[in-house]
Design a protein. Structure first.
Length: 119
C-alpha cells in the first residue's frame, strides 16, 4: 500500500510512472482479495475466486460497494492482460479517485479487526 501511495503522490506521472501505479495497484488488489479470503475462511466461509470472495465480503459486511469492487476487479484483470496507453490513463485516474479509497477502507477494517483480536 505504501508503494501505491508513494506512486499516487506523483501529480503528473510519466508513462513509466503510470505503469508503476498500475502495477502497484494490481499487487494491492491481489493482496486485498486474498486477505479478505483468508479472513472469510477464519469466519467459516470458503470462497475460492476473487469475484466470489468480493460477493461474500459484501454479504458479510466487510465491503460496502459491490459495484466499485467489481469494477476494480475488472480493471485489474484488464490491465494485467493488456496495455493500452489510453486505457492506462483512464485506469490510473480511477485508481486515484475510486480504488485507492476502497483499499484504504479495507486496510482500516483489517487494522480494527487485528486490534480486536489483540494484535
Amino acid at each position: 500500500m505504501k508503494l501505491l501511495e508513494d506512486a499516487l503522490a506523483i501529480p503528473e506521472p510519466s508513462e513509466t510512472e503510470r505503469l508503476g501505479i498500475i502495477k502497484s495497484y494490481e499487487i494491492c488488489f491481489e493482496l486485498a482479495w486474498k486477505g479478505i479470503k483468508d479472513y472469510l475462511e477464519s469466519q467459516g466461509l470458503d470462497p475460492k475466486f476473487p469475484r466470489e470472495t468480493i460477493k461474500s465480503a459484501i454479504q458479510t459486511g466487510i465491503l460496502a460497494d459491490e459495484d466499485a469492487w467489481m469494477r476494480a476487479l475488472t480493471d485489474r484483470n484488464l490491465m494485467v492482460h493488456t496495455y493500452d496507453e489510453k486505457a492506462a490513463m483512464a485506469v490510473e485516474k480511477t485508481i486515484r479517485e475510486n480504488y485507492h479509497p476502497l483499499l484504504k477502507k479495507l486496510a482500516v477494517f483489517f487494522d480494527e479487526a487485528s486490534q480486536q483480536q489483540g494484535g
